[in-house]
Design a protein around this ligand. Structure first.
Ligand code: VGL
Ligand code: ZN
Length: 199
């Protein structure tokens, strides 16, 4: 019997983050089979789905004179600008081909036009909750294993928030891939280690 207090949280394993996608993560397609194989070992499986309206404020295309990967100051702090990606209802927002979607919960995030949401728990203002903390605690979940894309953005921010919210957190490094902008992969590794996340 799987441990009833332990959930698998699969982050943003979507077409736009795979090779050939709008915000391709190198090797992103290589995590799918391993994630599928993990699912049966957990009593709760949650998938997150990056889910932006067209014209989202994190898109470089909304900032004249700016390019993807530039950083701008938003009311809630610095924000990396991205190529248009994971637009609601578009093919790029769909889950990776072959990914099992027989999950308990599919949590969509990043749907507010004015604020990005890397973390599965809070938007990038670090205060607007997605509701996931309450869902997990109401189900008696105490431990989380994370996998998916991208290691240095949505996986990292989800893992750090989860640790801060009191969950025991492990990240399956072998079942994540990184964007690695400007050393972000090494920085993410250090930040998670400092926060007590098991890698
Ligand atoms: C992500 C950048 C923008 C991610 C989502 O899933 O890591 N990164 N949106
Ligand atoms: Zn996004």
């Amino acid at each position: 019997m799987p441990d009833a207090t332990h959930a698998l949280l699969v982050i943003d394993t979507q077409v736009d983050f795979l090779p050939g996608g709008a915000l391709a993560v190198p090797g992103g397609d290589a995590v799918v089979a391993g994630i599928n194989a993990l699912m049966d070992g957990f009593s709760a499986v949650i998938l997150t789905q990056d889910w932006h309206p067209a014209g989202h404020s994190s898109f470089a295309s909304e900032h004249p004179g700016r390019a993807p990967m530039d950083v701008v100051e938003m009311p809630y702090g610095p924000q990396v600008l991205w190529p248009d990606h994971c637009v609601q209802g578009s093919p790029g927002a769909e889950f990776a081909p072959g990914l099992r979607t027989d999950a308990d919960l599919i949590l969509r995030k990043g749907f507010r036009a004015g604020v990005d949401s890397y973390s599965a728990f809070f938007e990038n203002d670090h205060e607007t909750p997605t509701g996931l903390d309450g869902y997990l605690k109401a189900r008696g979940i105490e431990r989380l294993t994370l996998a998916g894309l991208a290691f240095d953005f949505c996986v990292q921010f989800s893992a750090l928030d989860a640790a801060r919210l009191g969950f025991e957190v492990a990240v399956r490094r072998d079942l994540c891939r990184a964007i690695d902008a400007d050393g972000s992969e090494a920085a993410a590794t250090r930040a998670m280690e400092r926060a007590g996340v098991r890698l």
